[in-house]
Design a protein around this ligand. Sequence first.
Ligand code: GDD
Ligand code: MG
Length: 359
Amino acid sequence: MTEAVLLVGGKGTRLQPLTINTPKPMVPAAGVPFLAHQLARAKAAGVDHVVLATSYLAEVFEPYFGDGSAHGLRLTYVHEEEPLGTGGAIRHAARALDAGASDPVLVFNGDILTGLDIRALLLRHERAQADVTLHLTRVADPRAFGLVPTDADGRVLAFTEKPRHPHEIVTDQINAGAYVFRREVIDAIPAGRPVSVERETFPGLLAAEALLHGVVDSSYWLDLGRPASFVQASADLVRGIVHSPAVPGEPGEYLVLPGARVDAGARLGGGTVVGAGAHIAAGAEVEGSVVLDGARVEAGARVRASMVGAGARVGPRTVLDGAVIGDRSEIGADNELCEGARVWCGTAIPDAAIRFSAV
Ligand code: GDD
Ligand code: MG
């Protein structure tokens, strides 16, 4: 039996307004809640029991995923009344695990899309006889992540979460948000108070000379914490650049869900997904974007790398590029919303009210 804890309690602040009514892992990517991709990938790697560590908007997970049987897994929900942080959440969730003291337990951040070979990570953990094994990846700018330098054998030398000073940036290897813990290491995390696994548990284990083993992996990896990366992840899933068994269709340039209407003369591409009940009018172009259920993109609108919320409307000839339109918002005709624009849910923008100029 292989067990995993999935951390899904964060507030997803950087993804607002997508995460005002929906927790980050439930925001749809490539046609299904993002969490469905993580569960499907875990199952494909042989995981059969997943404990969801919930906090923010916890009530929406269970009605969708139930006991997990429809997804071929056993799912258990463990809810924190007050958010306990990453380490506190892992400790709290451990009550639902069956693993014995020396058995491996997988732990995943709930907002990472990766092609990581999960079985290989488990094997490396066993071979190294580590207390904790960490999936690491290399990024161009590591400052927003946990920095994890290792020695030639993969032994973790330090763990610096979101370094503040340039001299702390000693590596481009970062914590990629997937771990294998020996069960008893989880049980040693203090219970009943917030604990950050990144700021407290890992540095504490290193100080106590525990064996933390890092596995640097160069497969696909993306943190979905920001709207641009969320939209990118959805497009990459649709195009099959990263594989998920949960994508409801074959890989291709676009994915149109049952019940959506795309008029002849509309152009879709770049991994766009169009949700149930959505309508793309003739002459509209939608590239690399997520159009959620019941949204409308009207004639001559051009939408690129954007997210159009459920029930929202994008008026005729309006241009969206790198924008997020909250659920039920109404964007009138002839607007331009670009790079990072975020329209809160239920907002009405009149015709020709907003223009974007790069100069
Ligand atoms: N249950 C629960 N309770 N889950 C939580 C809590 C909590 O109090 N706080 C955060 N989480 C979950 C989030 O939902 C997310 O899935 C995961 O823990 C990590 O939290 P983020 O808020 O997304 O952290 P981050 O992206 O700034 O940094 C983390 O991920 C990076 C990789 O993307 C750290 O683990 C970094 O070290 C790492 O590099
Ligand atoms: Mg994150």
